[in-house]
Design a protein around this ligand. Sequence first.
Ligand SMILES: C[S@@+](CC[C@H](N)C(=O)[O-])C[C@H]1O[C@@H](n2cnc3c(N)ncnc32)[C@H](O)[C@@H]1O
Length: 426
Amino acid sequence: MLNDIKTVCTITGQIRRRRKLCKFLFFIEIQHNDQTPNSQIFFRSDDDSLDDESFQDSYRSCRPGQVVQVEVGEPHDPTEQKGKSYKVWQCNKPVVVVAPYTDREPFVQDPPLSSTKPDVTQVIELANGQKVQKSDLVCKYWVNKNPCERGERCLFQHPVGEEFEKARIQWLEEREKNRKIATHNPEDPHKSKKPHGLRAIIFAEWVRTTFKDVLEEGLINYNNSTLESKSVVLDVAGGKGEISYVLGRGFGIPSTVIEPVKRKLPNYWFTRLRRLMYRFETGTMEQPDWKSKDIQIDLMSWPCNVTPTYLHTLLDDQFLIDYADLVSTVSLFIGLHSDQATIPIVDAALKAGKAFAVVPCCVFSHDNRTRRLKSGELVTTTEQQIQYICEKDTNGRGQIKTAYLDFEGKNVVVYWIPSQKKEEEF
Ligand SMILES: C[S@@+](CC[C@H](N)C(=O)[O-])C[C@H]1O[C@@H](n2cnc3c(N)ncnc32)[C@H](O)[C@@H]1O
């Protein structure tokens, strides 16, 4: 039973600003058509006034610039109004879009209602509690190359030239540090992770060692198969095909890239990949002297001669019918940050009883409302998507597991190595 909000009035007006504070709370600031002063309207699911689905629907209906009609009431949490000079409302009814924003130029949002009073406080308190003069700090809009709405009235610094470059480097470093703190996961054993750009080679190496037996058996089947269309690995949503290149030309494992978008593979892409492979082979992640004659000779060839195959199509039910021969020969399905293909990879592999390894990233929950955890929760985050995969039925053929890969960004791999069913279970 939802925790309803009693409607006090209906507001019609233009959304001047929208801000999502966290996964379950956002607000809009609205300019009323009837000229009453602008107000703020909260939408939240953490107090059970909205369920996850209606919360997402409301968010999508509240695009800045559109004119909407909203039934509002007093916020469940009365402290929301405390200390604010404007009216704060809460809404848990469907938002009616009266007029969408159709201008070709993107809508420029208003500054927050809370900042319309002149900014007179000279001192700011940092997250660590330290108090500093605003004039000692750089403006976060300016350093991020965005326009600062306060312009000359801004109390923070607006450096130019060399000073700007220095401030920006410092700001980027600070942001990276804060990002690491915010995304820190105590369960992740990799404390000082490799750059995101090395993810394909790290994943390919992890695949080679984790699925050693699966790949060895797959290679035997591949060599024995008389089918024209065959492979050992299906690298789904493979982009340019970096993983398949490393698997094939680095480790000798035949792989097929399933990727609807045909990407250009310029020479510098091969050079970069070969150099990465070299650093990997020689165990040095430091940059060697690429101009050295010996290294240049080494780089002229790859360790193996197996080139990946590309199929420019989507992995979907039709693919499994059209390419049934190919699918029957593969031993492993993989997908690194495979977007909308992640769940189809898992489902296709489970159905075919083949091993899989996916590294989930984006979830696309709006297009996949039927994806729910056993608890009934809608799958909206990467963590929930990982759990959703782990909750899948393997038909008694072993557990779906997770591991952390040693690179920055989304690095949890979800994988399955099908075990033989026990005799009596057949
Ligand atoms: C974020 S990219 C990842 C590319 C590559 N794996 C990497 O890590 O660099 C996601 C890719 O998924 C592809 N994709 C999305 N849905 C797909 C589907 N159903 N089947 C195959 N590829 C798909 C997109 O075209 C896109 O290239």
